[in-house]
Design a protein around this ligand. Structure first.
Ligand code: WQD
Length: 337
């Protein structure tokens, strides 16, 4: 009985694969390396000392996906196979809707065909749009997403709700990630954005390493304590552990559709992040204040109480861990090259 991880070679997928293997679970990874590197698979094996089956396929390819279900007994699926670059999604909406939504439909249809009805979905705090209130609880209104990436998450959540309504023998868990950062403590796996990063932490790391000149802080006139945007940064290993708890929940509780925020419940500003990074790593992060970025909100952080009460999960890593581990990964890359 194995857990299938589409997109398991990616940033969050690979960290979750490690936690699953270390917990003694059997996994099967499928990935087409559209935003990941085959090297990651070897790193997962080195870190855990464990082996797993891998298929280099696109999860949208129905016949190839069916073969995976024919050749393995898949009991549950954690879907990490989504495009995730906000800016790119504005330029390439068709690609984003096709990969994220059509891909999820092919996957869910195939699961149904093989009687596999346990599904964990990587959603995002972005589904809340302009927050109804802070901290965000799972019952806050969703909608009003400002880019196709966010809209794919919103639509897939709706698709999952409709599937559950039509057939309540599914077990579905929607995990709304806040801002994942950090890397595995080994320094062997981490986030590898292609080209110039859009997200804050990968950008900070590249400024600190000298690859980029300076960070542009998008706005210092928000209604926040220091005027810069506030977010709920969560260490990717904490996030990965949340998936194990979600799996336990749907295996134990039986039928249901569950939604959880995976965040720390603490908001940090852009300037907090820069200062924490400099203090933790001893590296300088040059920055300038730039205009606000279109579509950004002032403040976004989670109320993580529901996940704590119902999953027994809470984030334990500190802001220093997030900074140090992000930096270690980068430093390790430089050392390796
Ligand atoms: C964080 C803060 C920026 C870059 C997005 C997606 C979300 C999730 C995570 C991913 C904001 C500021 C950033 C920079 C800056 N998706 N910033 N200079 O926008 O909260 O969330 O990424 O896979 O769905 O929407 O994250 O890291 O881009 O920004 O000042 O160069 O840092 O304005 O306040 P965001 P982020």
């Amino acid at each position: 009985m194995a857990i299938l991880l589409p997109g398991g070679a990616g940033y969050i997928g690979s960290h979750t694969a490690i936690e699953l293997l270390e917990a003694g679970k059997e996994i099967v990874i499928i990935d087409n390396f559209s935003n990941s590197n085959p090297r990651v698979l070897e790193s997962i094996k080195k870190i855990t000392g464990k082996d797993f089956k891998f298929y280099e396929i696109d999860y949208m390819h129905k016949e190839k996906l069916q073969k995976v279900f024919e050749e393995n007994t898949i009991e549950s699926v954690i879907n990490f196979a989504g495009f995730k670059a906000v800016g790119e999604s504005v330029q390439k909406p068709i690609e984003y809707y096709r990969n994220n939504i059509s891909g999820a439909l092919v996957l869910l249809d195939t699961m149904r065909k093989y009687g596999c009805k346990k599904f964990i979905f990587s959603s995002s705090a972005t589904v809340y749009g302009e927050p109804e209130r802070i901290p965000l609880t799972e019952d806050c209104k969703t909608g009003g997403t400002t880019n196709p990436y966010g809209t794919t998450k919103l639509f897939i959540e709706q698709i999952l709700k409709d599937i559950y309504t039509s057939d309540n023998t599914w077990d579905i868990c929607i995990l709304r990630y806040f801002n994942p950062v950090g890397a595995h403590k080994s320094g062997r796996i981490g986030e590898e954005p292609q080209g110039i990063p859009n997200n804050l932490m990968p950008y900070i790391v590249r400024v600190a390493s000298g690859q980029l000149k300076e960070l542009s802080i998008f706005g210092d006139d928000y209604d926040t304590p220091d005027g810069t945007g506030v977010r709920d940064y969560i260490h990717v290993v904490d996030l990965a552990k949340g998936h194990l708890k979600a799996l336990e929940k749907i295996n134990k509780e039986g039928k249901g559709l569950y939604i959880y925020n995976l965040g720390t419940g603490t908001g940090y500003s852009v300037l907090d992040m820069v200062k924490a990074f400099e203090k933790t790593t001893g590296k300088k992060v040059n920055y300038k204040i730039a205009p606000r970025r279109l579509g950004d909100i002032a403040t976004c952080y989670a109320d993580p109480k529901k996940a704590k009460e119902e999953l027994g999960w809470e984030a334990t890593k500190t802001l220093e861990d997030m900074c140090q581990d992000s930096w270690n990964y980068m430093a390790n890359q430089e050392y390796l090259t």
